[in-house]
Each structure stands twice: as structure tokens, then as C-alpha cells.
Design a protein around this ligand. Structure first.
Ligand SMILES: Cc1cc2nc3c(=O)[nH]c(=O)nc-3n(C[C@H](O)[C@H](O)[C@H](O)COP(=O)(O)O)c2cc1C
Length: 203
């Protein structure tokens, strides 16, 4: 191989590596954007499942408030609260609550609370509970989570915010009490947080 051939080979090698790296970078960027778009779609689907679109006319996913970590929300870091409004009037706040004490660790929830303190509803967005035992908390597996619709700290009274096994009003699941117990506690605590902070949540 003469010098010229070596130069051409070197150049081709360089060219391929530049083109390859660029292609990987572009694909990665597109993937990140697609993941972000998908996450927003899932978030919006969940938010609108909790607060019907007819009850708000703001961009709820964009109208968010950063709140500090708080044990009542189960958070160890700042989290986002989404605000639903109709003609600028507060309609509901949706919290990213964490139930830290599931059977297999943290259970991530969206908890929607209407301005009057009644629950719009609850959805599980991430968990590691056992399939067939604790995963009945997912809306696609059972309607257990719908038991929270319209509930508040007045109905049932705070001392009844427990699973039936513990003297409260919420069903446990067959062979799985730990998961529902964790969620009942987290939802109740979110309502307490809402009561303590409702004046600043919509500012
Ligand atoms: C492998 C395995 C997985 C389990 N997964 C769960 C679970 O995801 N959620 C839960 O509440 N209990 C789970 N349990 C059961 C708990 O250990 C506990 O027995 C149960 O929550 C207590 O409810 P019970 O008094 O109604 O039986 C699991 C148990 C085993 C052995």
C-alpha cells in the first residue's frame, strides 16, 4: 500500500466513523423526543381520565406547580402538581403522590382532588407489586382504585381511611393487604396535604 492509498483508507475510515456517530446521535435524539412525547401522551390520558375534559379549559399538563418534598406526598424530592382550571377558576389539583410502603417498594400515583376537597380519582402510574396479588390496583386489572372516586376526609371520616382488615371501609385484595393498605394511606395523606395547602396550590 502506498502513501496515497493509506491516506484514502484513513479518510474513508474517518468518514464512516463521522457518519456513524452522527446517525447514532440523531437516532438517540429522536428516541428521547419520542419517549418524552409518549410520556406526555400517557400523562394527559391519565389526567383526563381523572378530570373530564369538559370540566377544564386550561392546558393542565403545562399548568404545573413545583412543590417541595413532603412526607404527606411520600416525596423525597420536589414534585409537580397539575392544576385544572375553567376560565382561570380552580377546578382540581392532581398530585404525583408516592406510596412508599407497597409490598415491593414505592407505588407511584396520580391523585386528583377537586377544589372542594373531594377526590376526582386515583390512578396507579408505576409499581412493582406482584402480578395476580397486588396488581389489582391497576385500572386495567380491576376497578378497586375507583373506590376513591368522590371520597373526602369527611366521607369516610379520617379514622375510617383504612382497609377493612384494619377497621376501615376499603376492601383489601385476596391474599394481598399490604398493597391496598399503602395506597389508602397515601391517598388519605394527599387529602391532608391538600387541606393544609389548598390556598397556595392554585396561585
Ligand atoms: C411471593 C409473594 C408475593 C406477594 N406479593 C404481595 C403483593 O404484591 N401485595 C400484597 O399486599 N401482598 C403480597 N403478598 C402477601 C403478603 O406477604 C401478605 O401476606 C399479605 O399482604 C397479607 O394479606 P392477607 O392478610 O390478606 O393475607 C405476597 C406474598 C408472597 C409470598
Amino acid at each position: 500500500m502506498n502513501f496515497k492509498q493509506i491516506l484514502i483508507s484513513g479518510f474513508l475510515l474517518w468518514l464512516f466513523s463521522v457518519v456513524g456517530t452522527t446517525l447514532v446521535a440523531i437516532t438517540q435524539q429522536q428516541t428521547i423526543e419520542r419517549i418524552a412525547a409518549n410520556e406526555k401522551k400517557v400523562l394527559l390520558k391519565n389526567l383526563y381520565a381523572l378530570i373530564p375534559a369538559s370540566k377544564l379549559n386550561n392546558d393542565i399538563a403545562q399548568d404545573s406547580l413545583v412543590v417541595d418534598a413532603n412526607p404527606l406526598l411520600g416525596t423525597q424530592d420536589q414534585s409537580l402538581v397539575y392544576r385544572a382550571r375553567m376560565d382561570d377558576e380552580p377546578v382540581a389539583a392532581v398530585f404525583n403522590t408516592i406510596a412508599p410502603d407497597g409490598y415491593s417498594g414505592a407505588i407511584h400515583l396520580l391523585v386528583g382532588v377537586y377544589a372542594n376537597g373531594k377526590l376526582a380519582g386515583v390512578r396507579v402510574v408505576k409499581h412493582n407489586e406482584t402480578p395476580g396479588l397486588g396488581d389489582g390496583i391497576e385500572i386495567r386489572k380491576s376497578d378497586w382504585i375507583l373506590a376513591f372516586d368522590d371520597q373526602s376526609l369527611e366521607n369516610p371520616l379520617p379514622e375510617l381511611w383504612k382497609v377493612k382488615r384494619d377497621g376501615g371501609v376499603y376492601d383489601q385484595m385476596t391474599g394481598a393487604t399490604i398493597t391496598p393498605r399503602a395506597i389508602v394511606k397515601a391517598v388519605k395523606n394527599t387529602l391532608v396535604y391538600f387541606t393544609q395547602n389548598h390556598e397556595t396550590l392554585f396561585l
